[in-house]
Design a binder for this molecule. Structure first.
Ligand SMILES: [Zn+2]
Length: 74
């Protein structure tokens, strides 16, 4: 396995690496660092998606975008 193949596998399914990919990362510092980076991004994404959305936020955003303009903007 080379680094390009490893990157493809890691990005295709960050949570499940085949044994040969795990063996590659254990011997390749660049891919080991890539694993850390991708895993951190995955945790950040999961934390962001788990953040509760305040009630009425969608309506307030739509009103702000498509609704009445503030008087000072004319
Ligand atoms: Zn590598």
């Amino acid at each position: 396995m080379n680094c390009l193949e490893f990157h493809r596998l890691k990005l295709a399914d960050p949570h499940r690496l085949p044994p040969e990919a795990q063996a590659h990362a254990a011997q390749c510092a660049a891919c080991a660092a890539f694993v850390i980076s991708v895993d951190q991004a995955e945790r950040d994404l999961e934390r962001t998606l788990a953040t509760p959305v305040p009630e009425g936020l969608a309506d307030r955003v739509l009103l702000r975008v498509h609704g009445a303009r503030p008087a000072w903007r004319a």
